[in-house]
Design a protein around this ligand. Sequence first.
Ligand code: FES
Length: 152
Amino acid sequence: MSNDKLSRRHFVQITGSIFMASIGISTLAALLQGCRKEETTPIQPPIESKFTIKLSEHPELAQVGGFKVFNINSTPVIIFRTGQTTFKALSMICTHQGCTTNWVNTAQQFQCPCHGSKFDKDGKVIQGPATQNLRTYTTEYKSDTNELIIYF
Ligand code: FES
């Protein structure tokens, strides 16, 4: 009986020691792995899409002050010619809840028909409920080909 208890105690001590040793080894292994230099996969920058407009095909943009709405990737984008070689491109999607704004040229502002937000010519909010400006896109004018590139 006493031998039986002793052997049970001994068994518990041995298994406990083995268990603690295995935890120690796995912890040590984890620590060592943490010190190892990680193999990293370089993060690719997002692929930028571009949309090219042949200006010779769009007389609305021939003069400074001209503008035209394009559908780029299902997004209405308005392009303004702001100078001989400068352009501005803005999404017409309202930042409140996604309605399409209207460009009101006489007021020189975008007006949203859904809840009344207004944005100035640069897309800046001038009246809520929208709190974020309209999205703008980088443009690049290629004088040699008379093309406008919109990056989005
Ligand atoms: S979606 Fe334009 S104001 Fe609400």
